[in-house]
Design a binder for this molecule. Structure first.
Ligand code: ARG
Length: 477
């Protein structure tokens, strides 16, 4: 920036741009506006400073920097970090976070700053920064997913004795426990966290030292760099490493699927919160009103969770479509990865706490759940009882079907059809009807592991409670 009293990059390099040497003029305003990524990537500054500090150390060990130069650059980068923490990136004219950090370093330490980029490219730099950023972001979203899971589990614990219809095809099917329903939405979160943990292993591979595409011209110790930055491994091929965004795609998929799970949970709870179902009531703090209809209490939190998952899916598709067109190595197309990845994490960072709060505070309405248990939901119990009496299931199914038809024709609840009518269809049917038992007995009948019986639900609660328990200190990357 002309008129600035700080030291500036050498002639031929514009103050906020690092590649001006072979150009007569700076870029056109329209290109600059399109090309600049600082408005998006400024948030990589902590990673860019950390990776630069590690790079300085590696250059010094490789004999490229003297100990004095190393110390100057390290201290300078620390001060750059402080300025960035104070908001130095806000309104800065620079092309991206990498050029900004370098310019600030020039301002701080003068010409020696020009040695920082030795043997390094923004191609390996940005891939390194983004991976470092993603590792932290994964840990944060993982904690948010665990918090939602733990909330579902604790609400499920209170819901073991609450019985309601379970649905298939949107139709009442069999009685189940409220706990069982909530846990059906908790298990997908276990898988989401496994997927993220698996992706995380590959995110933790370090590209730094790959140069622009073919490796660094200076013999920096990449293993030392990896240790310094907390990566798990170093990348194996520089051309691959600089152009690889599989890690972004994998994360976006894991986040999209997590979003999809939230969307399904939301879709179900929106229904249950309607007056027609009335199975749950949202807490006032997690419901919204209508500007026109004074009586309304709307489940906006779940509607937004549902819609935001569409946005995540869009980001995943946009990234894959970007990747499929480009050859190995870096192309500027890849700059578009960050806006997608950042927004995906930001979106879930908004959705997860809100959904968690809404679930933590909603009130299940026992009577409405109970009232929805229509006697027709005992049809399977009757067919099963016929099997116990030696009737082949297919035949029993048809016999109970006839009983259902008869009940519907006469407007009688299924469990109240007269013994004579039942016996006329099959003698064992009258016995089955008289021994039907209550709703609890019906739920307990399905006692296979994973079923809705009390023992199965208790064992699920046990497993899930441990799965969502707060994490012990993180394992190294
Ligand atoms: N801002 C760029 C990005 O986000 C950094 C890498 C630029 N590399 C280059 N060769 N122009 O992808």
């Amino acid at each position: 920036m002309s008129g600035d009293s700080h030291p500036q990059p050498p002639a031929g390099t514009q103050s906020h741009q690092m590649w001006g040497g072979r150009f007569a003029l700076g870029p056109a305003e329209a290109l600059n506006a399109l090309n600049r990524s600082l408005p998006v990537d400024h948030r990589l500054w902590p990673q860019d400073v950390a990776a630069s500090k590690a790079w300085v150390q590696a250059l010094a060990r490789a004999g490229v920097l003297t100990p004095t130069e190393e110390a100057t650059l390290q201290e300078g980068l620390d001060r750059v970090g402080e300025r960035l923490a104070d908001g130095a990136a806000v309104g800065a004219p620079d092309e991206d976070i990498h050029t900004l950090v370098e310019r600030l370093l020039y301002e701080d330490v003068g010409a020696v700053a020009g040695k920082l980029h030795t043997g390094r490219s923004r191609n390996d730099q940005v891939a390194t920064d983004l991976r470092l950023w993603a590792l932290d972001a994964i840990d944060q979203v993982d904690a948010d997913l665990a918090a939602l899971g733990a909330t579902l589990v604790s609400r499920a614990k209170e819901g073991v004795d609450l019985l309601l219809p379970g649905f298939t095809h949107g139709q009442r099917a069999q009685p189940v426990r409220w706990a069982f329903v909530l846990l059906a939405h908790a298990w997908p979160l276990v898988r989401d966290r496994q997927r993220l943990a698996d992706a995380r292993r590959r995110v933790a591979e370090m590209p730094l030292g790959s140069g622009a595409l073919a490796g660094s011209g200076f013999r920096v110790d990449r293993v030392l760099l990896k240790e310094a930055l907390g990566f798990r491994a170093i990348s194996s091929n520089a051309l691959d490493a600089t152009g690889d965004r599989d890690f972004v795609a994998e994360i976006l998929f894991a986040l999209t699927l997590a979003g999809t799970h939230l969307s399904r949970l939301a879709a179900e709870l929106i229904q249950y919160a309607s007056a027609e179902f009335g199975f749950i009531q949202l807490d006032d703090a997690f419901a919204t009103g209508s500007s026109l209809l004074p009586q309304k209490k709307n489940p906006d939190v779940f509607e937004l969770a549902r819609a935001k998952s569409a946005r995540l899916l869009g980001h995943l598709v946009a990234l894959l479509a970007t990747l499929k067109g480009i050859p190995a190595g870096y192309s500027k197309d890849l700059q578009e990865d960050k806006v997608l990845l950042f927004d995906a994490f930001d979106t879930l960072g908004l959705v997860l706490p809100a959904v968690t709060g809404a679930i933590a505070t909603l009130r299940p309405v026992r009577e409405r759940m109970r009232d929805a248990l229509d006697p027709s939901l005992r049809a399977t119990d009757l067919a099963d009882a016929l099997v116990d009496a030696g009737v082949p299931f297919r035949e029993g199914h048809a016999l109970v079907g006839r009983l259902v038809k008869e009940a519907e024709r006469t407007g009688t609840p299924l469990d109240r059809v007269s013994p004579a009518t039942a016996a006329a269809i099959h003698p064992a049917l009258a016995t089955a009807l008289s021994r039907l038992g209550d709703w609890e007995a019906s739920v307990e009948r399905r006692a296979t592991p994973g079923g809705s019986s009390r023992a199965s639900v208790d064992s699920q609660l046990d497993t899930l409670e441990r799965s969502f328990a707060p994490l012990l200190p993180q394992v190294p990357r």
